[in-house]
Design a protein around this ligand. Structure first.
Ligand code: ADE
Length: 251
């Protein structure tokens, strides 16, 4: 039976999934708890990776080497970058890039030194399953999960699913001028977060299929900090649990 590693940066992003797991055993390595068990009959290892690229990379390596996972999925929140990406929308990464990586003039800006590329591709099959799971969730459970009061509070209308470039960096983007600069420099970027491209690099190096799912909590602008915290404690775990649960049943 295959084993899927499921990672997130913050507790609320995996709380719903942990609650659904059966036959759980927990191993603590490097200050992280790796929960192995069954999620809807599928063997999974769920772990809180913590925030940032180093934390994500270290956790991904441990999942691969200590837990022999066959595939990795990262779930969590992101700031919307593209104009059409609104709070409450879902973004599935098809490619990932580290927006803060700059070893120029030795290597071109954004290129991962010695890998020779800046964009790392997610596994198309896993990304396709996440896409399907997100559509199913938004169509069927979202209207029940997210109360009208929460929808009003976050200004959520019928959310959409986007597929494309996710950018990552060790920086919480919370200034309109900063997100505007990212938009100008990387016009294809849909959303920004702090881990996905690090997981992508590790999975590329270990030749492991992976996918990244992000729910947009804020617009990475001057109100991002407030919006992110409200979304995290309000509705984030519903989205993650609802979408990943459907994905796991299809994988
Ligand atoms: N994750 C969620 N919102 C974010 C933002 N604005 N910047 C970086 N990571 C995020």
């Amino acid at each position: 039976m295959q084993r899927i590693g499921i990672m997130a940066a913050m507790h609320d992003e995996i709380a719903g999934l942990l609650a659904q797991m059966a036959s759980v055993t927990t191993r603590r390595i490097g200050m992280r708890d790796y929960h192995t068990g069954l999620l809807h009959g599928q063997r999974c290892v769920v772990v809180l990776a913590r925030i940032g690229k180093v934390a994500a990379a270290a956790t991904a390596v441990t999942l691969i080497r200590e837990f022999n996972v066959n595939a990795l999925v990262f779930t969590g929140l992101a700031g919307g970058v593209a104009a059409l990406v609104r709070v409450g929308d879902v973004v599935i990464g098809t490619t990932l890039l580290q927006h803060d990586l700059d070893a120029s003039p030795l290597f071109p800006r954004h290129q991962v030194p010695l890998l020779g590329c800046s964009h790392l591709a997610a596994d198309p099959a896993l990304a396709g399953l996440l896409d399907q799971a997100a559509h199913d969730y938004l169509m069927n459970d979202w209207p029940r999960d997210i109360s009208p009061a929460s929808r009003r509070a976050f200004g959520l209308e019928q959310p959409r699913v986007h597929r494309g470039l996710i950018i990552s960096g060790d920086q919480f983007i919370c200034e309109a001028s900063t997100v505007q600069a990212l938009r100008a420099e990387l016009p294809d970027a849909l959303c920004v977060e702090m881990e996905g491209a690090a997981v992508a690099q590790i999975c590329h190096e270990y030749d492991l299929p992976f996918a990244v799912l992000r729910v947009v909590s804020d617009r990475a602008d001057d109100t991002a900090c407030h919006d992110f915290n409200a979304f995290l404690s309000g509705v984030a775990s519903h989205y993650s649990a609802g979408i990943v649960q459907r994905f796991i049943q299809a994988v």
